[in-house]
Write a protein of this length. Structure first.
Length: 311
């Protein structure tokens, strides 16, 4: 039976590329116990020790302290088990490198200042739980103290960013943009005003009829508006004004005149206040992050409806 191959610290250094001083330090710290010693007291290491050394290096490159590395290696393991744990550690290292790459890409695109670079790095490194908490806190602030349509806002806050274990660069960049968006004071002010407007409409009894009509007919109206846009129709054309009349008729309460120019302008203002492009971008970014079907822009169609109502 052949003897197990062993290596001196110098041989380990040549095989792994690690300095002799570093290997000796790990050995002195108990992270790399020698397999045996020569009669002269020199330390020798076998293949399992070499695998252990590679894992120590990876864990250290991931930023773990000596105590954490020691804890990770505390259980006796075979070469195969060490290799498995090494693969897991490398997977984590790859994930972190991808996060850094996404941040650096965003930095390059925006020519960011140092403060923004630090912010983006923190955003990219957040856990799934922290990402969901960020969204919950956003919507909590948007509706705090307001009597709003609970079902509507339940749908709004139900979409949570959930990055996969192996996200694409585009998903990581979308997450960074999304996190910045929900923390942007101007965007928060826009959504808060929308919430306050809805609460006032509910208080005035001027919310339910338009809301029900929009839920029922919105997709149909959007399709008609987009068809008109694609055909090059003017909002004041017959198609545009017929659509405006249908929107007004479905949205008006019994005591309101659907043909009134004033009523139609009020509807146009509602469309405009709820059709901010950044609100649409919110859902487009979520779709990229969560690998949903792409969210096409509705801005041309909404703009057509607004102009038709005002026409």
């Amino acid at each position: 039976m052949g003897t197990t191959a062993t290596f001196t610290i110098g041989e380990l250094s040549r095989r792994t590329g690690l300095p002799v001083k570093t290997i000796r330090f790990y050995s002195d710290e108990g992270l790399l116990p020698p397999t045996e010693r020569t009669d002269a007291g020199y330390r020798l290491y076998d293949a399992a020790a070499m695998a252990r050394l590679e894992l120590v290096r990876t864990l250290r490159e991931l930023g773990l302290g000596l105590a954490d590395v020691s804890a990770a290696l505390s259980q006796p393991t075979t070469v195969g088990e060490l290799a498995t744990r090494h693969v897991e550690a490398l997977d984590e290292q790859i994930r972190r490198l991808r996060l850094r790459r996404a941040v650096l890409r965003a930095v390059a695109k925006r020519n960011s200042e140092l403060e923004e670079v630090n912010l983006m790095n923190r955003l990219a490194s957040m856990s799934d739980e922290e990402r969901k908490q960020l969204v919950d806190e956003f919507w909590d602030e948007m509706v705090a103290g307001l009597d709003i349509d609970q079902e509507f806002y339940r749908r709004m806050r139900s979409g949570k960013p959930e990055l996969s274990d192996d996200p694409s660069p585009e998903q990581l960049e979308a997450w960074i943009e999304f996190a910045e968006l929900v923390q942007d004071p101007d965007f928060r002010a826009v959504i808060r005003r929308m919430s306050e407007t809805q609460a006032q409409q509910i208080k005035d009894g001027d919310f339910q009829q338009p809301a029900d009509a929009w839920r029922t007919h919105w997709n149909e109206w959007m399709a008609r508006a987009q068809e008109a846009v694609d055909a090059g129709e003017s909002p004041t054309s017959e198609a545009g004004q017929t659509l405006a009349a249908d929107i007004a008729a479905a949205s008006a309460r019994p005591e309101q005149d659907a043909a009134s120019a004033g009523f139609r302008r009020e509807l146009a203002d509602r469309f405009a206040s709820s059709g901010d492009a950044r609100a649409e971008r919110y859902w487009q970014l979520l779709a990229i992050i969560n690998d949903w079907s792409p969210v096409a822009t509705t801005q041309p169609a909404v703009g057509f409806m607004i102009a038709a109502l005002r026409g």
